[in-house]
Design a protein around this ligand. Structure first.
Ligand code: GTP
Length: 339
């Protein structure tokens, strides 16, 4: 079984973390979030994964090396952004003639892919789209299915607070369904490709499930994914909470809340307090500093007695001693100065 995983977005909502590292390579507790995605695919029988990205391409090589071929990764260069549809079409040469999985690379889920494949075959579907039920569909747009589960339409984001089923970013696609799309053309899988397949009369089915599902596209969700993993809400992975990576130095007089992940080699000084936050590898929170609901990028530093709340520090960013930040984003490699 093969899969293509979409990893080529710029991740603008996750800036400044994505200024220096693509979103799928940001750590999710102990390893890049893409590693969790590939492990999940591997558990469901996927042996080969195709990846492509026009954005920070060079950063993927060490990741692929570290995976040691489980599942095997084939890299395709994507010279210009092809969008979510174009990137899948571009991978077709590597994907063979059997149905394949296509996934957004920034979704954390423990969806039962094995059952999804069985349903796809049972329906003789051209494509199957995993569906996730939400109470408030306003940020998403809805996928409307008939009584048999066949997809009728993709509906724009609703104006009113209504529940519904949304596209969960995991698909099974029969390669022949993509015949009419030329490699190298940019397109959106949800706005162009699937609607065209449906309009052509080919069967597209939904696969509803109540599996864990979270889009890691925003800092709030990225933090939530950590809390959920530490709490054991995602099948197949368990961690101690708080989680402290290898070689991290936590002063005995520091206080770590339960929903905290401290990356390898990070430092938390005496009297520092960390709650509901993530420190990337080598981040430093110095004496008496407070960090709440924030992400501290790799090698970034929160100075003595500083307070960082609801904020994101890029790689190597610095908050000088005594400053208080609330809802700020500090660019990679810069020193925070109040506006
Ligand atoms: P934002 O800029 O914050 O919206 O994030 P994003 O760029 O990741 O966009 P979005 O979350 O809509 O993308 C969904 C998935 O598709 C993510 O896993 C992206 O990495 C991926 N993706 C988006 N555009 C492209 C593209 O042009 N090429 C490839 N290969 N993947 C893409």
């Amino acid at each position: 079984m093969k899969a293509v995983v979409l990893v080529g977005g710029e991740g603008t909502r996750m800036r400044p973390l994505t200024e220096t590292m693509p979103k799928p390579l940001l750590p999710l507790v102990d390893r890049p979030s893409l590693s969790h995605v590939l492990d999940h695919l591997g558990r469901h029988g996927v042996t080969e994964v195709v990846l492509s990205s026009p954005y920070l391409e060079e950063t993927f090589a060490p990741f692929i090396e570290s995976r040691r071929g489980h599942p095997r990764v084939t890299w395709i260069t994507e010279a210009a952004p092809l969008g979510t549809g174009g990137a899948i079409v571009n991978a077709l040469d590597q994907l063979g003639t059997e149905p394949f999985f296509a996934l957004n690379g920034d979704i954390l889920t423990d969806l039962d892919l094995t059952t999804m494949l069985a349903k796809h075959r049972e329906h003789g579907a051209a494509a199957t789209i995993a569906l996730h039920r939400v109470d408030d569909a306003r940020p998403f747009g809805l996928v409307i299915t008939d009584a048999d589960g066949r997809v009728e339409e993709f509906r724009e984001k609703p104006a009113d607070l209504i529940p519904g089923e949304i596209n969960a970013g995991t698909y099974l696609i029969d390669p022949s369904a993509l015949d009419r799309w030329e490699p190298g053309e940019a397109s959106s899988i949800e706005r162009e490709v699937f609607p065209a397949i449906i309009a052509s009369g080919s069967p597209v089915y939904g696969f509803p499930s109540d599996a864990y599902w979270l889009d890691l596209g925003t800092p709030e969700n990225y933090l939530q994914a950590h809390f959920d993993m530490l709490e054991g809400k995602v099948h197949d992975v368990t961690y101690a909470a708080p989680w402290v990576g290898e070689g991290a130095e936590i002063d005995l007089r520091a206080h770590l809340g339960r929903w905290v992940a401290i990356g390898p080699g990070a430092l938390v000084g005496p009297g520092a307090q960390i709650d509901d936050s993530v420190l990337h590898p080598g981040a430093r929170v110095l004496a008496g500093a407070t960090v709440v609901r924030s992400v501290i990028g790799a090698g970034a530093e929160v100075g003595d007695g500083a307070t960082v709340e609801d904020s994101v520090l890029g790689q190597g960013a610095v908050v000088p001693d005594g400053y208080a930040l609330q809802g700020e984003r500090v660019s990679s490699g810069t020193t925070y100065r109040p506006a």
